[in-house]
Design a protein around this ligand. Structure first.
Ligand code: ZN
Length: 428
């Protein structure tokens, strides 16, 4: 018996080239069919005027559990995720302890299951303690449930370790994700190096600190024929390096974070620590290059780099403030700007947050294919609302979009056919 019917929405499933008004039928937590009624529904969601798409897949979040639960934990992060339409997220390994051994990876997955709102898929650490000196037991981490590897929070700075990691990745078919930052060049910096850093009298992080590491990594990825992914790409040169690597046929991919295509370094004027993150907000030229990368497909994924921090870590002056902003609840409305500005079609935009990351990570999420888990995001693309950081589901408030008018709002999130978020409320 059909248990749920989502009626009359514009159904967009990029994985199947679907974009049209249709009904979606959900049975036993899975997509039963789209368009034709196999039976009667117990529950009907009226989606007229709304877009019905796969639940979003965010391949880059920091959940702070274990170790810094006052900033975020798996439960609050899961609530923020489903409020943002996200049903699968990958969490980065820079927790305390690090996600560098199987026990911690299992613990995160188990905790997320108990919470039961959103799939949390750990990204295992490349190096023990993220110190870049010794590889983790990557195969054990994969057996425990890690879906890719990174030292994010920090770069994989050691070329020898990076080469070995890429070799393993190539042999066993998983992805190495790089936070590309040459600490020798950026160390001590807190915002983009340039006009604004000079004006404010704070030390800068030059864009070449991202470019040189992406360049080195591409050469290593070519050498060992591995899959390599640039996290939160932010510079004009780095985008061009990825574009050329792809033209050469290398398995090089990149993701962009909404703040890097929506904002520039101007945001930190007034010493605004809620606009401080790594890599930093850059120039208008860099922002345009990221947008161009999204337009031509060089950058195939949008991911938040959701990085919650307590007020105490942000209200201590720009130079000492922690890096990072929360992003799960602003992901969709900020990204929808790309569709309104004609950069991407609605279907291509949704692909960057669903099937594209799922394919990179070999996940079965990110699609409304018949038989797939009914992880679904329903949103109103035209609804306007004002982002209020005090109303976020995240435990942290560090967003540069506070008070900003947003267009586009998630109305329902379904996980495995269950409504877990509806009109401002979490339904546990
Ligand atoms: Zn990072």
């Amino acid at each position: 018996m059909t248990t749920l019917l989502i009626k009359g929405g514009r159904v967009i499933d990029p994985a199947n080239g679907m974009d049209g008004i249709a009904d979606v039928y959900v049975e036993n937590g899975r997509i039963a069919s789209i368009g034709s009624a196999p039976g009667k529904a117990k529950l009907v969601i009226d989606a007229a005027g709304q877009i019905v798409c796969p639940g979003l897949v965010d391949m880059h979040v920091h959940l702070r559990e274990p170790g810094q639960e006052w900033k975020e934990d798996i439960e609050s992060g899961s609530r923020a995720a489903v409020a943002g339409g996200v049903t699968t997220m990958c969490c980065m390994p820079n927790t305390t302890p690090r996600l560098d051994h199987a026990g911690v990876v299992r613990q995160v997955i188990e905790r997320a299951r108990q919470v039961g709102l959103c799939d949390v898929l750990p990204i295992g650490a490349v190096s023990r303690n993220l110190d870049g000196k010794e590889l983790t037991e990557m195969r054990e981490l994969v057996r425990a449930g890690a879906v890719a590897f990174s030292d994010d929070g920090l770069p994989i700075w050691n070329s020898g370790i990076m080469r070995k990691a890429l070799e393993y990745a190539s042999t066993f078919g998983f992805l190495i994700i790089q936070h590309a930052e040459d600490l020798q060049l950026t160390g001590g910096g807190c915002i983009n190096e340039g006009r604004i850093s000079t004006q404010l009298g704070v030390s800068g992080m030059p864009s070449v600190g991202e470019d040189d590491m992406v360049s080195r990594d591409i050469m290593l990825a070519k050498l060992v024929d591995a899959s390599y992914h640039v996290a939160h790409i932010s510079t004009e040169v780095a985008v061009e390096l990825v574009r050329r690597a792809q033209a050469e046929g290398l398995k090089v991919t990149a993701e962009a974070a909404p703040h890097h295509f929506d904002l520039t370094e101007e945001e930190v004027l007034g010493y605004n620590a809620d606009a401080k993150m790594s890599p930093p907000l850059r120039t208008e030229e860099d922002r345009q290059a990221v947008i161009e990368g999204l337009r031509d497909g060089t950058i195939s994924v949008i991911a938040t780099d959701h990085a919650p921090h307590h007020e105490d870590d942000k209200r201590c002056g720009l130079s000492c403030a922690a890096f990072g902003i929360v992003g799960l609840e602003s992901l969709l409305p900020v990204s929808l700007g790309l569709e309104r500005n004609g950069v991407l079609s609605m279907s291509d935009l949704i692909a960057t947050m669903t099937i594209n990351p799922s394919k990179l990570l070999h996940l079965d999420s990110g699609t409304l294919s018949e038989g797939a888990a009914a992880d679904i995001c329903i949103f109103n693309p035209d609804e306007t609302w004002t982002l209020d950081r005090n109303k976020l589901f995240s435990k942290s408030r560090n967003t540069p979009w506070h008070g900003r008018e947003m267009t586009g709002r998630v109305t329902h999130t379904l996980k495995g056919g269950r409504v877990v978020y509806q009109q401002g409320e979490i339904r546990a």
